[in-house]
Design a binder for this molecule. Structure first.
Ligand code: FUB
Length: 425
């Protein structure tokens, strides 16, 4: 605010304010451009991601650029919350974990300093958010920041995306957000729709891979969760809301599928509803399970569960139907591997039998695209145009716990087989 013409940038990984003009080098402009994303430690605050994928964090009270390790310390150090800008027309950021300290510049370097009620401090900690110096080099993730396992669905002509919030060591996120879009390009962030902390008595963390289905004028969110201590094995739950953007409430107050109830990990739920209105629940890591849901959508005959695990299956089952053919899709390999990929089979009923057809989505190394998996599929209403939502290692600098969500077209051959999907940046 008090040094117009100087912009927040990183230089040698340290935060500072430097002059940037239209004539500055491309590197300087890039170093002075950040994407404002979901706060790594809290969805009500923000994190700042540079073009190289690293985040602005504080360490030893200096602001610096580092790769997200996913630890609670890193996520907190890289999360800043907006407080009223002390100078009109500006904004100030307090540290998530040191709320008495604010980002300010001092000697042209960026520091996290204890708030002082002086005109100088107020000015030095007041910033304006300006248009980016560097436009995005590509379309990027569909929603900015780290989100995985995107479950895409169309309700009443609008697209909804329900992902896992990523960037946590051990995939430890405790909450889910929802996003919606009319055109698959511009997305509205609807905020947190279910938070294990206050909303789910039997889970603290591991808010993984949600799926939402509509029935009876209600929306049902199937999700997984684990406890921080005791039996930390994952279990499946179901929450309900009158709106696709929540808030959702735990429908049962206990898991829908308990850990150990069936082979494998009780994660990655998905619901398919056939033309006759019957809904089926699919889930499982290591083993693939399927069962008819009762009409209430929150119970099933526990003795009727079928386990049918195709060769190569690891997790993330997804079922849809096109031209009377049932498609069973899944992810192969480990989500931390660049070889994480999507394969599929076809069958004549929601339970198969399934004939494996092969891999349809895999890494594209020439573009730096790795770990493409945990997908979902949606049809544009009234058309035969299909889209696949999936995650990949964040580009650049991502990995199996720093993933981002993408959407591409999914096309079919005349015989109904799926053409290989070309992942794009
Ligand atoms: O995001 C957490 C877990 O990683 C999901 O449940 C798996 O499918 C894998 O994507």
């Amino acid at each position: 605010m008090n040094y117009p013409g100087r912009y927040v940038r990183h230089a040698d990984h340290l935060g500072r304010i430097d002059p940037v003009t239209a004539g500055s080098t491309a590197q300087t402009k890039q170093d002075a451009t950040f994407t404002v994303v979901n706060g790594l430690a809290s969805p009500s605050c923000y994190s700042f991601q540079a073009a190289n994928g690293m985040f602005l964090r504080h360490r030893d009270w200096r602001l610096r650029l580092e790769a997200n390790t996913g630890t609670a310390t890193f996520r907190s150090d890289a999360t800043f919350c907006v407080v009223d800008g002390s100078v009109s027309g500006s904004v100030s950021f307090v540290s998530f974990n040191y709320p008495q300290r604010r980002i300010r510049h001092r000697d042209l370097a960026l520091w996290l300093d204890t708030y002082q009620d002086t005109a100088t401090f107020r000015a030095d900690s007041s910033f304006r958010v300006a248009a980016p110096w560097t436009p995005k080099a590509n379309k990027g993730p569909v929603i900015p920041g780290l989100f995985a396992d995107p479950h895409i669905v169309n309700f009443n002509g609008r697209y909804y995306l329900y992902p896992t919030t990523d960037g946590y060591e051990g995939w430890g996120s405790p909450y889910y957000k929802a996003f919606s879009s009319a055109d698959l390009v511009n997305w509205t962030d609807h905020g947190v729709i279910l938070d294990h902390g206050p909303d789910v008595s039997w889970a603290d963390n591991s808010a993984w891979a949600p799926a939402v289905a509509a029935k009876n004028g209600q929306y049902y969110l199937y999700f997984s969760g684990g406890l921080a201590s005791g039996n930390t094995a994952k279990q499946l739950g179901v929450a309900v809301s009158g709106s696709p953007t929540g808030p959702f409430r735990d429908a049962l107050g206990r898991p829908l599928v308990r850990s150990g109830q069936y082979p494998g990990q009780m994660i990655d739920p998905m619901v398919f509803t056939d033309d006759d209105g019957q809904s089926y629940l699919y889930w499982g890591q290591g083993s693939a399970h399927a069962v008819r849901l009762n009409a209430d959508m929150v119970s099933f005959d526990t003795a009727a569960v079928r386990t049918n695990t195709p060769a190569g299956y690891n997790e993330a089952p997804f079922v849809f139907k096109r031209n009377a053919v049932y498609y069973f899709m899944w992810s192969e390999n480990d989500t931390r591997s660049e070889n994480y990929q999507v394969a599929y089979a076809t069958g004549t009923s929601p339970f198969g039998p399934w004939t494996k057809r092969g891999v349809v989505l895999a890494k594209r190394l020439e573009l730096g695209i790795k770990g493409t998996g945990h997908h979902s599929v949606v049809r544009a209403p009234g058309t035969d145009t299909w889209y696949i939502a999936y995650h990949r290692f964040a580009v650049p600098a991502g990995n199996g716990t720093n993933r981002e969500s993408a959407i591409d077209r999914m096309e079919f051959n005349a015989d109904g087989t799926i053409r290989p999907v070309i992942p794009t940046l």
